[in-house]
Design a protein around this ligand. Structure first.
Ligand code: SF4
Ligand code: SF4
Length: 177
């Protein structure tokens, strides 16, 4: 297509007055936005001294925990449904015959790579016995990659740390997330 083609519609560059050329309307617009944010309620907090409020910790997707039953045993029955559902392939379970008579298997080893996890919640959705849950802990971190690969003991300790503030669904009574 040539520049002389009649199908081409040429558009005139808008002519700016003196104020436009000095960007005055845009400067005023920017200063108005800045002033509005200066006087509006603060959205940030001085973390870690002050912790942000989480709307509903029961549906927040922070690091995982492995729940315990009333006898203090890991609830997991090593069915592998969570690992199968996980789109990030970050759950690694080794099943073994259960030492308890009420189930066939239990997880001898249960590892979640929190660095590969995308915190989608599919594992929690898939679990038939509410053994795995995401918690509201968003700042449980480590100094190395290895520390962020949570083993069974660490996942159970997260349960101990969060069980009072975030009870399991079957222990919530009338509370709905
Ligand atoms: S939250 Fe999603 S990505 Fe993370 S372990 Fe569960 S299923 Fe996998
Ligand atoms: S956490 Fe739940 S879904 Fe995953 S293996 Fe254990 S029982 Fe099965």
């Amino acid at each position: 297509m040539k520049p002389t083609d009649p199908n081409i519609r040429w558009i005139e560059e808008p002519r700016l007055g003196l104020t436009g050329r000095m960007y005055l309307p845009l400067v005023v617009q920017g200063l108005t936005t800045t002033t509005r944010h200066l006087v509006s309620p603060k959205q940030t907090v001085s973390f870690p001294e002050e912790r942000p409020k989480i709307g509903n910790p029961l549906i927040y997707r922070g690091v995982h925990r492995l729940n315990k039953d009333d006898a203090g045993r890991v609830k997991c029955v090593a069915c592998f449904l969570c690992a199968t559902a996980c789109p990030a392939h970050c759950i690694d379970i080794i099943a073994a015959p259960s030492p308890w008579p009420d189930r066939e298997k239990y997880p001898e080893s249960f590892v979640i790579d929190e660095l590969r996890c995308i915190f989608c919640g599919m594992c929690e959705e898939a679990c038939p016995v509410e053994a795995i849950e995401l918690t509201s802990l968003f700042d449980l971190t480590g100094r190395s990659r290895e520390e962020m690969v949570f083993d069974k003991e660490k996942l159970l300790s997260v349960y101990d740390q969060t069980k009072d503030a975030e009870p399991m669904p079957s222990h919530r009574g009338g509370t709905t997330p």
